[in-house]
Ligand binder design. Sequence first.
Ligand SMILES: NC(=O)c1ccc[n+]([C@@H]2O[C@H](COP(=O)([O-])OP(=O)(O)OC[C@H]3O[C@@H](n4cnc5c(N)ncnc54)[C@H](O)[C@@H]3O)[C@@H](O)[C@H]2O)c1
Length: 346
Amino acid sequence: MKQSAPLGVAVIGTGRMGGDHVQRITRAISGARVAAVVDIDKARVEELAAGIDGCSAYTEPEAALADPAVDALLVASSVQAHEAVLLAALERGLPVLCEKPLTPESSAALRIVEAEARLGRRLIQVGFMRRYDRDYQSLKRQLDEGRYGRPLMLHHQHRNPSSPSFFTSPMTIQDSVVHEIDVTRWLLGEEITGIRVLRPTPSTGRAPEGLTDPQLVLFETAGGRLVDTEIFVNCGFGYQVRCEAVCENGTARIGDDRGVVANLPAGGGAGRHGVDVLPGFEERFEEAYDREVQAWVDAVRRGETVGPSAWDGYAAQAVCEAGVRAQELGGERVAVQLAERPGLYS
Ligand SMILES: NC(=O)c1ccc[n+]([C@@H]2O[C@H](COP(=O)([O-])OP(=O)(O)OC[C@H]3O[C@@H](n4cnc5c(N)ncnc54)[C@H](O)[C@@H]3O)[C@@H](O)[C@H]2O)c1
């Protein structure tokens, strides 16, 4: 790799997240440039590439992997397309930042873990961006310092104003709660061993037919801690993510007030004092995405791989699978089965 030149990144998949990452690398990230964009949508990549100096457009990931201007990959394609690109990148020794979830099934994620372990060095970072959010990082630091004593429980809340029309109940676990799964493993430093899913009757009238919403997802961890997540993807009022750690000597919570506290007059009645709720995850985690991509670029330029690993991606996927089974079983505990962790990830 040309250490002094900017890192040439191929962005694979240029939909909602990939398109954002292209803009991010172009505008906000130092030490990197978009060298190629790849999508099965030919018109979209051609239009994107036309606006970026020295950027090639491809419809096949393999073509970008073979491009000598490409030093690293940012994978943001539909999740079904992740495995093939990741295995090809490992074969070529190319570093990758792969959007979560790593793969749709844990068996595919395990194949990636095994391939990277055979290689004997980490090349894959998984896009669990909450680990780069300043509030989550402060909470993690304070828990690690022991400021509140031993953590006993975590309470998470994950609320979206509305869900897309294609969103299903399993997707509430695989696409949404997967973030709480990763944050739980990261904050507590231990694996999740069991999961159950409860739901109130009735669901909100805002949820489309067939979608269970809200739900309460309960994890047990290897150290016996209990963790609950309220997932509510049609709450109506905005995007809100909170996390509270309940510890032996106190509690610590993040997510209450990101934004301006305002006093507002209300037409005729009482005024309003409060914080505006952000509309979506892009606004809430915009800075975290920037910090995640910058940390990845900096590490790759040093010849390192940091951040959430392929093992983290695999473990999260195994919990998701148990969670979807737990949804089907309606309240029963489902054990999480994990393969043996290769030494590369210890
Ligand atoms: N970290 C987060 O907070 C976050 C948020 C949203 C989405 N995501 C993840 O980002 C990824 C993309 O999600 P999205 O919302 O942008 O989806 P999207 O549907 O908007 O975009 C996916 C793109 O991938 C393209 N694609 C599909 N197969 C391809 C292939 N074989 N090669 C190249 N391109 C291909 C599609 O044409 C599409 O443009 C998913 O893994 C998703 O879970 C992460």
